[in-house]
Write a protein that binds this ligand. Sequence first.
Ligand SMILES: *[C@@H]1O[C@H](CO)[C@@H](O)[C@H](O)[C@H]1NC(C)=O
Ligand SMILES: *[C@@H]1O[C@H](CO)[C@@H](O)[C@H](O)[C@H]1NC(C)=O
Ligand SMILES: *[C@@H]1O[C@H](CO)[C@@H](O)[C@H](O)[C@H]1NC(C)=O
Length: 371
Amino acid sequence: MTSHAWNFMTSFLTYETNKSVVVKSWSVGIINRLVQLLIISYFVGYVFLYERAYQVADTAIESSVITKVKGFGKINSKIMDVADYIHPPQGEGVFSIITNIITTDNQVQGTCPEKDTKITGVCNTPVGYCEIEGWCPAEDDKKNTTTMAEFVNFTIFIKNSIRFPLFNVSRGNIQGDNFKCRYDKLTDSFCPIFRVGYILNELQQDVEKLASEGGEIGIKVEWICNLDEALDSCVPRYSFTKLNSPFEKNKVSKGYNFRFAKYYKALDGTDFRTLHKAFAVRFEVMVTGTARKFSLIPTVINVMAALTSIGMGTVLCDLVLLNCIKGAAQYKEKKFEEVSEAMIRAALTPRNTCSSDSLPLCNLRETGKIS
Ligand SMILES: *[C@@H]1O[C@H](CO)[C@@H](O)[C@H](O)[C@H]1NC(C)=O
Ligand SMILES: *[C@@H]1O[C@H](CO)[C@@H](O)[C@H](O)[C@H]1NC(C)=O
Ligand SMILES: *[C@@H]1O[C@H](CO)[C@@H](O)[C@H](O)[C@H]1NC(C)=O
């Protein structure tokens, strides 16, 4: 029993280490080093420098946008100011500048012929029109109008404040108090005031067409921040995009328009209204962002992954060594030492019975000096 325990102890208290075979071959050596170089440059160049795997990223940006438009224009020879052409008036991140209006004055409830040739009501009039019941006279949206060409000179001021919740970092897009600047991607790319004409020019929009049919334009505010650098380098970048480009070829829903009415009461108590069909350029301020900062955990994980992957080189070299090159069988013999049971048994039966007092003689006999 005690001897069993002793045997267990001696077999447990051991250390195993791998036996290595050093292959002195140029071709395999070159392949080995090349594969290692490839893996190291992948990790250093792509994973660490390009993907910045040593940082954690926060993409859940919190943002608030306030806009303010300035300028005067004329639609159908009526002067329009901000209160007339901006919808909705609250100065949100999404707003429309009305550039063309078809007005239908003095509409009252009643029955009247439909101007549109589409048949929507009872067709009992001899002239070929159908009669509708509703607000009369009906709207004639083929009417000639003059659009507000001056809107290219309007300015849009954007105030944007953001926060990266993971790092508790807040930033704003206004530096200093220079409110005379105009955004220009080359000369003044941090200015938060945009001339509409500049945006349309950047997007190569047909201004006439846009003014008469309406459209949708996106102003992108992108915050890419590396918080390992100075906080002052965390600034927004602006760009513009046509939001209705997927529908440009579409005949049905080109442009952008909406209707609204103003209601009045006559002295005799009947209601009447002025209907407006407004064609507008809809602006949408879109804020996106990513902040990155050094973090120990992803760094350690990625360094470990890199070190482990360098060992992958041996898999490829083994494949070449044991299958593809001259003398592969010999290399295989060296790498995989075969041990059979017969060999073990031979090793276990003592060849010489040497007692401890005749040990020197035994050694001599084994080495063949005497027989
Ligand atoms: C609208 O103007 C065009 C030319 O600008 C003219 O040919 C057309 O007759 C006008 N239509 C109406 C209804 O006045
Ligand atoms: C825009 O402003 C410029 C200079 O102030 C002026 O020359 C131009 O006529 C204006 N454009 C429109 C369409 O009013
Ligand atoms: C976030 O930062 C502000 C100052 O920039 C500080 O007053 C506030 O306590 C911070 N909040 C947290 C949760 O650390």
